[in-house]
Design a protein around this ligand. Sequence first.
Ligand code: 13P
Ligand code: SF4
Length: 307
Amino acid sequence: MAVIVSELEELQLAVLELKRELNAIIVAHNYQRPEVQDIADFTGDSLELARRCVGTEAEVIVFCGVRFMAETAAILNPFSTVLLSHPDAGCPLADMIDVETLGEWKESYPQASVVAYVNTTAAIKAESDFCCTSANGVEVVNAVPAEEILFIPDWNLGHYVSTKTDKKMILYPGFCYVHDRITAEQVELARQRYPQAKVLVHPECRPEVIDLADAALSTSQMLRYAKQSSDEVFLIGTEEGILHPLRKQNPEREFHIITSDFICADMKKTTLEMVWETMQTRSNVVTIPEETRTRARQSIDRMLEIT
Ligand code: 13P
Ligand code: SF4
């Protein structure tokens, strides 16, 4: 009997073949397109992907996500070549603070320790004391040996952390355009449609949205929450890519996105074709000057030691 292989399957097989040739691993963020997540060795949130990349023996790490994430992999693995799945996949939030501006803020708050959300460039991490992710922001801030924290660059996450700590938090006014545009009214409307649903939102959402939710969680924390919960219906307040693993891991449950336009354009730049092309041409190599890399690594290592 003839086996019919679809174009998608052919492409998936070609990517897997290149993976063997390059001695590569493919990692993908939970926001990536379903077909990209499906060919990855590991999927996860920013914290999990950072952890997974530590000490890998793969010669090449193909990072399906956005630039700051691939930079984190490169910081942690100087002996692997890191390829970013699309040359222009950036994070507008990470680009909201530059080294000069951070320097001015540090001068204004000389007592404060700088805690940088992982959604920052390597150069910013190099100028920061600690790194954190959405999964461990509270834990990191509480563990920092300083009473004053300059939290950069996401002020919604910073505000959320400030509700869980006694420390004085100075918040830099950056935001993620994808999460910040969701309103409390939209959450209320979604709740009216699904009154029995548990509402899970990302801490990059505004405070009034988080106040209406049952939990504020990183993407992988949402996956764990749904798996352990006895609830059957969930309203999800983060980028729609997370619906793929949520539904795959919990086929008997219902997941609805709070608004249909919950889409990060940069995360969606990576297609399976792009992954293949990047690997085939070994392009989009992420390089970080060694001095920046070692200083940025310190802030990430301090986070990994805490969590
Ligand atoms: P996670 O912290 O869940 O990985 O999310 C990263 C991100 O970019 C959120 O917009
Ligand atoms: Fe950056 Fe927001 Fe996209 Fe996350 S969802 S990568 S924070 S722009």
